[in-house]
Structures are given as C-alpha cells and as structure tokens.
Design a protein around this ligand. Structure first.
Ligand code: TPP
Length: 626
C-alpha cells in the first residue's frame, strides 16, 4: 500500500504519475472505510482527493500555506500529513477532528468550520509574508458553495486592489450542501460549460481512450493545444475586474493537469484564481448518486450505502411540518435558510410552498436583514439557521430586526452541544448572545410537543422571537410532557422540592428531572421548573420558588458566561433574594469533538453530574451552617 509510505508531503513527491493515481484510489478507500464506521463528511472529501494530491505535490507544506475553507475537503490532506492513525478515530474523542485544526497539525494552516473565511485568512498570511520579506506561497482552497458567502468577496476585493501574490483554488463541484444557489453559481456553470472543456472532458476523452495505442497520445496532444488556446484567450471578466487572473476550468480529477496548472500558478506573482471542476462523491457510487445525502453521514454499510443506526426525530422536520400547516391559512408565512435546506428540515417547506421559500446561500447576515425587510412589508418570516452559524448575523439580529421590533422568528437548530462536529459547531453561545438583546423573546422547548407549541405561538407574536432546539427532540412520555398551552414568558413548575429548586432550559429539563429522582434516593428533595423562556423570564415563579428553597440551581447547555444562569442571578439579586445559587452550564472553553453524552459529562451536565454537584453543594452549605 502506497498510503502507508506517506508520512509527510515530501514522501508523496517521490511518486510517479501512475503511483499518484493509485494513491488517489487508496485515499478514497480509506476515507470511505473510516467514514462508514465513524460518520463524517463524505461526498465533498471524495471529490477533492486528486486536487489535494496535486496541491501537496506542488506546494512545499508546511512552509507554503494551504488554507482550507470549511474543511469538508480536509480528509485526504489529513491522511497525507502523518495522521493516519488519528484519522481512524475521526470525530471521536481524542481522534482527528473533522475539520482542519491548527493545534492538531502544523500542516493545518488555519482552523476552519464556518464557511467563506479562507481567502481572508490567506490574504492575511500573504500580507504578513510580504511585510516580513518571506517567500512562501499562500493558497486558499474554497468551494463554490463558500463563494456564496459575502466574506469571500470582501477578501477578493481587498486582495485584488493591491495585487497581493496568492492563489485561490476554487473547488467547484456545483454543490453547496444542497444544490448551489445564486447568480455566481450560474456564472460558474457557464464557465464550466465552456465548449472546449466539456468536449475535451467527456466525449473526446471517452472515445480516444477506447482507441488502442494512439488514443492516449492524441488526447494528451489535444489537451496541450486546448490549454494553450485557453491560457491565451479564456479569461473571466468578473474575476479579472476584481484583480484576479482567472485560470480554468481545470478537470479536478486529472492529477497531471492539476500539477501543471498549479506549478505555473506557484511561480506567478499576481493574485490568481484557478477554477477547478470536481465531482462531489467521486468514486463511491451511492455518494455520486446522492451527494446531498452523503454530504454528512452517520455510520453506514459500504455495500448498500444504508445508514447503520436509527435516526431520532429531527426537530427541523417537526418545525417544518408545523410551518407548512400554518402557511396554509396564512400567506404571510415564509421560510428562509442560509444554504441549509436539508439540515434545518426546511426542504419540506420548500416542497410545499416553493414560492415562499428562500435559500439565500451561505449568507446568514443577508438572510436576517432580508427577513427584516420582508417583515416590515407585512410578511412573517421564519429564519432557520444553525445556532453556530447564526453567530455571523449578530449585528443584523440586533440592529435590523430587534432595533425595529420586527416580527421575524429565528428557528435555531443544533443548539447546545452537538457532538462529533466539535468546537466550531457547538451551539452553546446563543442564549448569551441573544438574551441581552432588547425586544427579543428567547425560548427553548423541552420536547417535541413544546417545540410545536412554540412555533404555533410565534404566529401571533408581533415581535422578534428566537426558538432554539437541538438536532433531535425527544417525545417525552405522559407525566413528563407539558399538559397545557402557555403564554410568552410563562415557565412551568414540574415538581416541587423543599431542599433544591432546579431551573432548567430545553434539553436540560429532562436531565434535571432524572437528577431530581436520583437525589430523592439520597433523601434530597429537589423540584424542577421548565424555564422555557430565557427572555423574558417568569420572574414571579422564579422569585416565589427560589425564596422557598435552600439552594437554587440553574441548568443550561449554553456557556455560563452571559447565559440563563446569570440572568437568574440578576433577577434574584434585584429582588433581594439571598438563596444560594449554583449555575450549571458549559464552561468557558471550546468543547472538542466527542459524543454528545461525553461532552455533557465533561461539562457536568448529565443527570448524574447534576445530582452529584447538587449533593456536594448541599453538603458544603450544611457544613457552613454548622
Ligand atoms: C457560515 C456557515 N454557514 C453554513 C455552513 C454549513 N455548510 C458547511 S459546508 C457547506 C457547503 C459548502 O459548499 P462548498 O463550499 O461548495 O464546499 P463543498 O463541501 O462542496 O466542497 C455549508 C453550507 C458553514 N459551514 N458555515
């Protein structure tokens, strides 16, 4: 196996073209094998194998800098940079991260996870190189999906004006996670469909390859002619206007051609954009046929492509179904997503109400301000975005929606700890960044029923509202689920306790209820309140229950700083309630990839973690009293 001989990029440079092709196959096999066991991002990674080999062949890593956007194309890169053992435990605790991570390897020039950052980071590195009189090459590897994000244009605009020497490699597979959207995507399609590229790639090559002996040399000759002609005549006005020399389109699965183009680019001293065309899912038929389903996958059977485990109930699916129903009788209802129609479940809304659905690309800021515009003109927009990506749109939520008290509803998926995607994807900051915004209602349901109720409730709310929920929502059984409807700001006393009152948010409610049962076994009476509204708070219930307890506990899957617990402390301080308060939540550090349960454990947020901490604190309090 060639792959076993590659410990660093220098090893790869010793291989000939036939071996490089074999290496591509081995990398694909390994990626499919590991992802089939561990889950991960498959289709994008399979598409970028040859491109990665060519980049490693031409660049001198780690002196040269390869900055990857998002990182869904980083698996081959990881396998080529001494991380084959680590990769076997991809996305597991202590194993390789699913994304480039600077503290994982010196070959990861920049930590990624959120889209459209690579060109900016690369430009920063290139500028530093020039100031420090360095001579290394800086390349940004960016997908066509990422190119729907505004930051890319800010960076191109900036780099182009100064003519900073850098390479942008545009990995165009015609897909974001779902089908790519927008005018730029259309433009790239036109470039891809330039006659010479298509003819060369499909028809001519296929036919020539079937000709014994002469086919391959004739094909190579034609490629040479085509490339000469193209380098003389094909340019792209858009990238040219931004100050970037456009090269392409280049077949992203032809290692030889890629190496040739990259070598030329490396020796250029201008900003260059190389347009590389790849196929998402390349080499694994189920992923080629269903690139959206195989973008990110749970463990699956390689033979059939079928998922190994059972999926839980998707919160996004529940929300979408509720919205579809509401949209039937309410023409104001529309849904907006930022390149995540599938992940947020909104694809169902898209199918039901295509004219009232908008996928704006990876453009969270734009999504939010556009929603403000629609709300101002009488629509009732629902903006479905993952918690971690909504961070991008903080200013737009604050200034464009809430400052104007517009009735936009944020459907915040993947809230709380997210598991194997790790630190870049944790949804643990939203309560902190939203709670302080005036006018904004912030809610977190404890189960599916309450999620539906909240979505229904939002329909008649004439102000901004945010509903945050994890990827999968529990359907809590009788006795645990809430029995009645509620109003904005209304909490629910689930059980009373004479020693402790736990005020819990969202997913923490059920865990707190389990903790209270565990505590009961130890003779501690702990009650639980479902604090489903983080803003506004149910101050009456809080003060009433807190003043009776010996210890108040808050539980949230959000960072402690600025979170729900601090809000509770604030209310109690202002009301002059002196009951001791213990706040449980995510500590102020980045929580790396592991299972959700392991992450909850690490934060002391499992039922056992909660009950133990309560017991310990009560013991301390008793000691103090004595
Ligand atoms: C700010 C932000 N919004 C949304 C996402 C979710 N997301 C991850 S990958 C992706 C599509 C990226 O497509 P592309 O750049 O073409 O890369 P590919 O995976 O096709 O190689 C999206 C929308 C993200 N990572 N960051």
């Amino acid at each position: 196996m060639l792959i076993e001989q590659i410990h660093e990029p220098a090893d790869l440079k010793k291989l000939n073209m036939r071996q490089l092709k074999q290496l591509a196959q081995e990398l694909r096999d390994e990626i499919v094998k590991v992802v089939s066991n561990r889950g991960g991002h498959l289709a994008s990674n399979l598409g970028a194998v040859e491109l990665t080999i060519a980049l490693h062949y031409v660049l001198d890593l780690p002196e040269d800098k390869l900055v990857m956007d998002v990182g869904h194309q980083s698996y081959a890169h990881k396998l080529l940079t001494g991380r084959q053992e680590l990769f076997k435990r991809l996305r597991q605790k202590g194993g390789a991260s699913g994304f480039p991570q600077m503290d994982e390897s010196e070959y990861d020039a920049f930590t990624a996870g959120h889209a459209s950052t690579a060109i900016s980071a690369a430009l920063g590195m290139a500028r530093t190189r020039d100031i420090m009189r360095g001579d290394y090459c800086v390349a940004a590897l960016v997908g066509d999906g990422a190119l729907t994000g505004g930051m890319c244009y800010e960076a191109l605009n900036d780099a182009g004006q100064n003519g900073t020497r850098m390479i942008v490699v545009l990995n165009d597979n015609d897909m974001s996670i779902a089908r790519n959207v927008g005018a730029m995507s259309r433009h790239l399609t036109r470039l891809r469909q330039s006659k010479s590229y298509i003819a060369m790639k499909h028809g001519v090559r296929d036919r020539l390859e079937k000709m014994p002996r002469f086919g391959e040399p004739i094909y190579r000759f034609l490629v040479r002619c085509r490339n000469r002609v193209r380098s003389l005549f094909i340019s792209d006005r858009f990238f040219d206007a931004l100050g970037f020399k456009y090269i392409g389109p280049v077949d992203g699965h032809d290692i030889k051609q890629l190496i040739r183009v990259l070598r030329r680019a490396k020796n250029d001293d201008k900003p260059l954009l190389i347009h590389v065309v790849t196929q998402k899912g390349r080499g694994y038929t189920p992923a080629e046929d269903h690139p959206v389903d195989f973008h990110g996958v749970a463990p699956f059977y390689i033979d059939s492509g079928e998922c190994k485990g059972e999926e839980g109930v998707s919160s996004g699916g529940v929300v979408a179904r509720q919205l579809i129903e509401m949209a039937e009788s309410d023409i104001r209802i529309c849904a907006i997503t930022a390149a995540m129609p599938n992940g947020t479940g909104m694809v169902a809304f898209q199918e039901a109400w295509p004219e009232r659905f908008f996928d704006v690309g990876i453009a969270e800021e734009h999504a939010v301000t556009m929603a403000a515009g629609m709300a101002f003109q009488g629509m009732k927009p629902y903006v479905a975005i993952y918690s971690t990506f909504l961070q991008r749109a903080y200013d737009q939520i604050l200034m464009d929606v809430c400052r104007n008290a517009l009735p936009v509803t944020f459907l915040i998926d993947r809230a709380g700890l997210v598991g194997p995607d790790g630190a870049t994807h944790q949804g643990v900051f939203d309560l902190s960044y939203l709670r302080s915004i005036p006018e904004l209602i912030v809610a977190a349901p404890r189960d599916i029923r309450d999620l539906k109720k909240l979505v229904r409730l939002s329909q008649d709310v004439n102000r901004p509202m945010a509903i945050r929920y994890p990827r999968e929502c529990e359907d809590l059984g009788p006795g645990i689920q809430s029995q009645r409807d509620f109003d904005i700001g209304e909490w629910e006393l689930i059980s009373s306790g004479s020693d402790v009152m736990i005020f819990a948010v969202g997913r923490m409610v059920q865990l707190s209820m389990q903790a209270s049962i565990e505590l009961m076994g130890k003779g501690i009476s702990a009650g639980v309140v479902d604090a489903r509204f983080v803003a506004p708070m149910d101050k009456n219930l809080l003060i009433e229950q807190a003043s009776r307890a010996r210890l108040v506990v808050t539980a949230e899957d959000n960072v402690l700083s600025g979170g729900f617990g601090e809000g509770v402390l604030d209310v109690l301080a202002q009301a002059d309630i002196h009951t001791p308060v213990m706040t449980l939540g995510v500590p102020e550090r980045f929580i790396e990839h592991a299972t959700i349960t392991q992450q909850l454990e690490a934060c002391g947020l499992t039922s056992l973690g909660i009950s133990r901490q309560i017991e310990k604190r009560l013991n301390m309090l008793r000691g103090n009293i004595r």
